[in-house]
Ligand binder design. Structure first.
Ligand code: ACO
Length: 398
């Protein structure tokens, strides 16, 4: 029986929540967000273990190929990433032509989409294929290329924003240390490189979130991987998704100190659509494990960089918000402390979501390639609630 009497007979029994809540888009062996227990797993390994023992390169390999690499596999993978770091000068020219006011995420999106035009292999993938599975080897090469090149585009975007000369990739450095050097021009301290590397591990994959689903939808039409990742970047930019840490940091900087935390939380709940930025999550109904890791690093970095007051403010906001939202299963998410960590590292606020993107690219490409061999285009439906039998009227009668 239709839920919309008098309008349309909905042909299937459908009970889908707003924002597709509860909908299952497919099967995956890549990662699992256990929202009830606050656990995050990549290919069977807890994210905490990976943060403690792994590197971003190793985790990217794990997501993409399914297993932790052997020493030889890791070495080959890292060498391939190093080989793929350079981006065409024409892409840098395109990025230079964007208005200075362009948000770095929009610039990243443009840069990644433009890269596709310089990769001859995308033609093969988009050409007349025998089956999507045949595209897997070349799509995998492009995926690795993207993991490497997104970092370079991100660094170029940062340098252009700062009005500074572009720094070439350094083949002697690992992925994250090289990225920092391309942004700052300096080889980073090992601790700084390690914190950012852990941050990339924490952001590498996270279930069927909005940007991952965007990537899945785009690639399911057998669109190329560059367009796929560009679309995912656009989705990630929004303040309800990856853009939240920017908002959190700006707010924290505007708060007068820990004593102002209660007023701030009350103002958020009464004025801002009732939301405390950096809190809440569709899946986590327990503390987000990534927020714990970031909180620990925030403590250490704020101590080192003399930003203890800012940390105290963040912790006071957390306590106030937890008190006000008690019993509603709303906790800090990854974005609550990540901005503080990046800020204490001296990273410009508008670059925060870019850091997220250069981590999540591994999850995006791993998931779309997992789906590829049995690809079927995503094509949900909507319940039509409009009119059915209107008569067309000429302009003079409307
Ligand atoms: N502060 C206060 N209340 C909240 C918050 C919050 N941050 N988030 C959710 N709630 C409440 C809602 O008001 C709603 O209450 P109600 O049922 O009484 O109406 C209930 O929790 C459910 O909220 P929804 O909006 O339905 O949750 P949804 O799953 O659609 O949204 C989201 C999740 C977008 C993350 C939301 O929690 C939010 O807007 N948070 C703030 C922005 C943010 O931190 N985004 C980053 C998310 S993490 C990431 O993408 C990397």
């Amino acid at each position: 029986m239709s839920e919309y009497p008098g309008r349309v007979e909905w042909p299937i029994e459908a009970k889908i929540g707003r924002g597709l809540e509860g909908a299952v888009a497919g099967e995956t062996a890549i990662g699992y967000v256990d929202g009830q227990n606050g656990r995050l797993i990549y290919r069977g390994y807890s994210v905490e273990d990976l943060c403690e023992h792994s590197t971003f390169e190793e985790v990217s390999y794990l997501l993409l190929y399914g297993d932790l690499p052997t020493a030889a596999q890791l070495d080959a993978f890292k060498r391939e990433l190093v080989r793929e770091r350079k981006i065409p000068g024409e892409v840098i020219d395109i990025l230079r032509k964007l208005p200075r006011s362009t948000h770095p995420m929009s610039a990243l999106q443009v840069g990644v989409a433009a890269l596709g035009g310089f990769d001859r292999e995308t033609d093969i993938v988009c050409g007349p294929l025998k089956s999507p599975a045949d595209a897997l080897p070349s799509e995998t090469r492009i995926a690795v290329r993207l993991i490497a090149k997104v970092a370079t585009v991100a660094a170029v975007v940062a340098r252009i924003r700062a009005g500074r000369r572009i720094v070439d990739p350094d083949p002697t450095l690992d992925h994250t240390a090289n990225f920092i050097k391309m942004v700052t021009g300096e080889k980073p301290e090992p601790f700084t490189a390690r914190v950012l590397d852990v941050s990339l591990i924490l952001h590498a994959d996270h279930g069927m979130n909005a940007s991952t689903f965007s990537a899945m939808v785009v690639h399911s039409s057998l669109a190329d991987l560059y367009g796929t990742v560009a679309a995912a970047i656009a989705s990630l930019k929004g303040p309800l998704h990856g853009g939240a840490n920017e908002r959190v940091l700006n707010d924290l900087l505007a708060i007068d100190g820990p004593q102002d935390a209660r007023r701030y939380v009350e103002a958020c709940l009464s004025q801002r659509g009732g939301r405390v930025p950096g809190f809440g999550h569709r899946v986590y109904k327990a503390y987000d494990p990534r927020a714990r890791v970031f909180h620990n690093y925030a403590r250490e970095l704020c101590r080192r960089s003399g930003k203890k007051q800012l940390l105290a403010t963040a912790e006071a906001v957390e306590q106030e918000a937890l008190k006000r939202l008690e019993g509603r299963n709303i906790f800090p998410n990854v974005d609550f402390y990540s901005g503080l960590v990046y800020h204490a590292m001296g990273i410009e606020t508008s670059m925060f979501t870019v850091l997220f993107a250069l981590a999540r690219v591994s999850g995006w490409v791993a998931r779309v390639l997992e789906y590829l061999p049995n690809n079927r285009i995503f094509r949900p439906r909507a319940v039509y609630t409009g009119a059915q039998s209107l008569s067309w009227k000429p302009l003079s009668e409307r």
